[in-house]
Design a binder for this molecule. Structure first.
Ligand code: NCD
Length: 314
C-alpha cells in the first residue's frame, strides 16, 4: 500500500513521512529534465485533464509538461469562473468530465474547497492546483524540494515568509508542511496582511529587516490584488518602500540565505531586480523543481491501477 492518499488536496494533516516520500519521489524525477529525450513511458495510455477556473500560465504549463514527460495525454479545459458560481454547475462540469474517464483531474478554482468537492464526486484522483486563499500543495512541495536541495535539510531552518500572508494559499500549504518538517516559520508583512490572529502559525513581524534577520530562507509572495478588498494597503509605492526585498534589506538574513518566490514576480514591488536575478535567488530552480514535483504527483496518483482494472486482472 502506498503511503500517499488517493488525492492531493492539501498538505494540512499530511504526516512528515508522506511529505518526505513525495519529495524523494520528485527528486528521482528531476534527472529526466536533463536527458536528451525527456520522456518516459510511465503513464502511457493515461489521460490527465486540467480544469482551471482561474488564470494560470506557470502552474498549468508545469502540469502539462510533467504529464507529457510521463507520456500521458493532457487535455486542458479553460473553464470560466462565471459559469461555476453555483455549486450545481461545478458539479455538472465535473460529472461531464468524469464521464470521459480521465485518470487524474488537476483543478484550480477561486473558491476554497472546490477541489475537495470535486474529489467527492468524480471517480478519479483530484490534484489541487490552488483553491482560493486556501491551499496550493504542489507549489509548497516544490518550495520544500528547492529548500532541501539548497540547504540539505528542512528541520531547524529559519524560514521567513514575506508579504501578503493573509490571502496566500502558497503560505498556508507551506506553513503546514514546514512546521510538520520542523522548520521555524516567521510571517512578515504589514499588519493588515499579517493580522495578529495568525500568531499561532509563526512569529509575526511587521518590519522586513527584523523579520528576515538570520533567516536561512526568505520566501517572498506576490500581492494577491485579485483576492484583496480595498484598504489593505495605502498604495503599492508605500508597500514596496517597506517590504520590497532589496539587496540592502537582504543583508539582514544569513549570508547564504536563499530567496524564493512562487511567481509571477512583480519586480520593484515585492522584490528588486538585482535580488531576483542574483545568485541567491532560487526562483528558476523552483520552476524546474515544479515539473519534477508534478511528475511525481501524477505518477503516484494517476499511475495507480484502478480498482476495476485490478479486479479484472486478479
Ligand atoms: C501562485 C498561485 O497561483 O497561488 N502562483 C503560482 O502557482 N504560479 C502564487 C501567486 O499567484 O502569487
Amino acid at each position: 500500500m502506498s503511503i500517499v492518499g488517493r488525492h492531493l488536496l492539501g498538505l494540512d494533516g499530511m504526516g512528515a513521512e508522506e511529505i518526505q516520500f513525495l519529495l524523494d519521489s520528485a527528486d528521482s524525477f528531476r534527472e529526466i529534465a536533463e536527458r536528451e529525450i525527456k520522456k518516459v513511458p510511465t503513464l502511457r495510455g493515461k489521460t490527465v485533464v486540467s480544469l482551471f477556473f482561474e488564470s494560470s500560465t506557470r502552474t498549468r504549463t508545469s502540469f502539462e509538461i510533467a504529464a507529457k514527460r510521463l507520456s500521458a495525454d493532457f487535455v486542458s479545459v479553460n473553464a470560466s469562473a462565471s459559469s461555476v458560481s453555483k455549486g450545481e454547475s461545478l458539479l455538472d462540469t465535473a460529472r461531464n468530465i468524469a464521464a470521459m474517464s480521465p485518470d487524474a483531474l488537476v483543478v484550480r478554482h477561486s473558491r476554497a474547497g472546490a477541489p475537495h468537492f470535486l474529489a467527492r464526486h468524480v471517480g478519479c484522483p483530484v490534484i489541487n492546483a490552488g483553491d482560493g486563499a486556501h491551499e496550493h500543495p504542489t507549489q509548497a512541495l516544490l518550495d520544500l524540494l528547492t529548500i532541501r536541495k539548497e540547504k540539505g535539510r528542512i528541520a531547524g531552518l529559519k524560514v521567513a515568509i514575506v508579504g501578503d500572508i493573509l490571502h496566500s494559499r502558497v503560505t498556508r500549504s507551506n506553513l503546514y508542511a514546514l512546521r510538520t518538517l520542523g522548520a521555524e516559520v516567521r510571517l512578515v508583512g504589514p499588519p493588515t496582511l499579517v493580522p495578529r490572529q495568525l500568531a499561532s502559525w509563526g512569529d509575526l513581524h511587521h518590519n522586513l529587516e527584523e523579520g528576515i534577520r538570520d533567516a536561512d530562507v526568505v520566501m517572498m509572495l506576490r500581492l494577491q490584488r485579485e483576492r484583496q478588498g480595498a484598504n489593505f494597503l495605502p498604495s503599492l509605492d508605500e508597500y514596496s518602500r517597506y517590504f520590497c526585498l532589496t539587496s540592502a534589506a537582504l543583508d539582514a538574513a544569513k549570508p547564504d540565505a536563499v530567496v524564493l518566490h512562487p511567481g509571477p514576480i512583480n519586480r520593484g514591488v515585492e522584490i528588486s531586480s538585482d535580488v531576483a536575478d542574483s545568485n541567491r535567488s532560487a526562483i528558476l530552480d523552483q520552476v524546474a523543481n515544479g515539473v519534477a514535483v508534478r511528475m511525481a504527483t501524477l505518477y503516484l496518483l494517476a499511475g495507480r491501477v484502478r480498482d476495476t482494472e485490478q479486479r479484472q486482472t486478479a
